[in-house]
Design a protein around this ligand. Structure first.
Ligand SMILES: [Zn+2]
Length: 68
């Protein structure tokens, strides 16, 4: 089953993405690069320690936890 979603970067309804697209979940490589750049900058700002894979498994929230 093919899922169609909108790009989380530009949310362009003219550019729906299928989960089979090379750039999924983004509409294009350009948006993927933009999102990756923003993510890296965010990590850098929070930045006291690298994110460990355990954090991904436990906290499925997309919001970064600033205080613990
Ligand atoms: Zn996009």
């Amino acid at each position: 089953m093919t899922r169609v979603t909108l790009c989380p970067v530009c949310s362009d309804p003219e550019s729906p993405i299928t989960d089979q697209a090379d750039s999924f979940p983004f509409c294009s490589e350009r948006c993927r690069d933009r999102d990756l750049g923003g993510w890296l900058r965010n990590q850098y700002k929070i930045g006291s320690r690298p994110v460990e894979s355990d954090d991904f498994a436990e906290g499925l929230s997309p919001e970064p936890e600033i205080e613990r």
